[in-house]
Design a protein around this ligand. Structure first.
Ligand SMILES: Cc1cc2nc3c(=O)[nH]c(=O)nc-3n(C[C@H](O)[C@H](O)[C@H](O)COP(=O)(O)OP(=O)(O)OC[C@H]3O[C@@H](n4cnc5c(N)ncnc54)[C@H](O)[C@@H]3O)c2cc1C
Length: 402
């Protein structure tokens, strides 16, 4: 076996390498969340970190992600997670030596109903209270700035100029590289099959081909999070939900740069993808692990697109894919420990925002592990026990997911 460390996307696999028999922390899942946590733990000086990924790094939801990064949310905790993460994306090149391809083109939410626009105005007040800017253009202002939009059925919009999108692949690669440099051991093609708990404490993790002793397991298994929690005898209400996405061929009938446009009425969105376009398809109503792309979804996407951006009649959908959101009952992340099993920590349920909140997740969970609590933000409201306690987070704007 060569001694070249495998990088994300490289053909070299490390499945043959031996695994340590002990680790200080085992992270289940090598997506953007698990790798961010691994990196921030190394930054805090934790040595024995083992990341186990059943497939290849980033092949789960992270690979399917649209890359959206926004500050515009309707709850303070989500906005604060965005603010923490945004700082990391802004300094990513310097910190990770890799370009995250952060396009700061802004986000434009477009509301059809007056009540939706009222929500956007309320969000803008919340953003302003937290020191962030949101413009509130009416239909004529939107028409002036983006003449290719159909606005006659819109009540108004909210534009956050500092938002945009970045490359999930590039960001994941940055986290993986720096985590490895910090001493984390990252293994692909190793599936976690069990978690041993004795007297309310995590003791070990079983995986395909062996077992590793550890006092701390971090669940970063994305849409599979509930299965990992069940291995420790815990009930984690995080479920998978399919979302489809489509790409067009090169399309030069629109400007080279424009914001991420979000049509709140249908949850349709559009952004540039190189010289082509990325168009959001529908998200399922029913939970499943299906990742099939279907014809009806393509039709849905084309219809919503043509309605909002009529020039799309000249565009051609070239391909599409489907991925899984990892949804929690209140559409907010689940970050924290379960009181009944010491050493089992969740970083799950990001509900469509896991990419953009991955830096915050890494920072917060690394603090929780090393200092006993998250210090950068108060994440009590995100604790796993909130569901059974009936203390869910109320989010007025639930119509849209990235
Ligand atoms: C179509 C789509 C568009 C999206 N757009 C956006 C967006 O614009 N902005 C945004 O912020 N978010 C977006 N998201 C959400 C975002 O992709 C996710 O929130 C994020 O990728 C979650 O990262 P993760 O690391 O938790 O999960 P994943 O990337 O799924 O990683 C979990 C990993 O755990 C592994 N695993 C599972 N079980 C085991 C096991 N037993 N043993 C070992 N490994 C295991 C899996 O193989 C997987 O690689 C989108 C999602 C989809 C589907």
């Amino acid at each position: 076996m060569s001694n070249i460390e495998p990088e994300f996307g490289c053909l070299v696999t490390d499945r043959q390498k031996s695994l340590p028999s002990r680790a200080d922390v085992v992270i289940v899942g090598g997506g953007v969340i698990g790798l961010s946590i691994a990196y921030y733990l190394t930054k805090k000086g934790v040595k024995g970190i083992l990341v186990l990924e059943k497939g290849m790094l980033g092949e789960g939801s992270t690979a399917k992600c649209a890359g959206g990064i926004r500050t515009h949310f309707s709850t303070e905790i989500n906005i604060r997670c965005s603010m923490v993460s945004l700082k990391v994306f802004e300094g990513f090149k310097e910190e990770f030596g890799a370009d995250p391809e952060f396009h700061r083109v802004g986000y434009l939410f477009m509301a059809s109903a007056e009540a939706q626009w009222a929500l956007l105005r309320e969000n803008a007040r919340l953003l302003a209270r937290l020191g962030l800017e949101a413009e509130l253009p009416g239909p004529s202002e939107m028409q002036r700035r983006w003449p290719f939009l159909r606005v006659d059925d819109l009540a108004g919009g909210a534009f956050t100029p500092d938002d945009g999108y970045a490359g999930p692949y590039e960001v994941l690669q940055g986290f993986a590289k720096k985590a490895r440099q910090g001493g984390a051991v990252i293994r692909e093609h190793v599936e976690v099959t069990g978690i041993r708990v004795t007297k309310g404490r995590v003791q070990a993790v079983d995986f395909s081909g062996g077992m590793v002793r550890t006092p701390v397991v971090i669940n970063a298994a994305g849409p599979y999070a509930a299965r990992i929690a069940a291995m420790a005898g815990l009930d984690l209400p995080v479920f998978p939900l399919r979302r489809q996405i489509f790409f067009t061929d090169l399309f030069d009938d629109l400007p080279a740069q424009f914001p991420m446009f979000i049509d709140m009425e249908h949850g349709w969105y559009m952004r540039r993808e190189g010289r082509g376009l990325l168009l959001a398809g529908p998200q399922d109503a029913e939970s499943s692990f299906s990742e099939k792309v279907d014809f009806e979804a393509r039709e849905w996407t084309a219809e919503r697109g043509l309605h909002r951006v009529p020039v799309l009649e000249k565009a051609r959908i070239a391909r599409g894919w489907a991925g899984l959101y990892e949804i929690s009952p209140d559409h907010h992340a689940v970050m924290g420990a379960f009181p009944e099993v010491e050493g089992f920590i969740c970083a799950n349920g990001f509900s469509g925002h896991g990419f953009q909140h991955s830096p915050a997740a890494g920072i917060l969970i690394s603090e929780l592990v090393t200092e006993g609590e998250a210090r950068t933000l108060d994440i009590h409201s995100l604790r796993p026990a909130r569901f059974r306690e009936g203390d869910l987070i109320h989010e007025p704007l639930t119509a849209f997911r990235d």
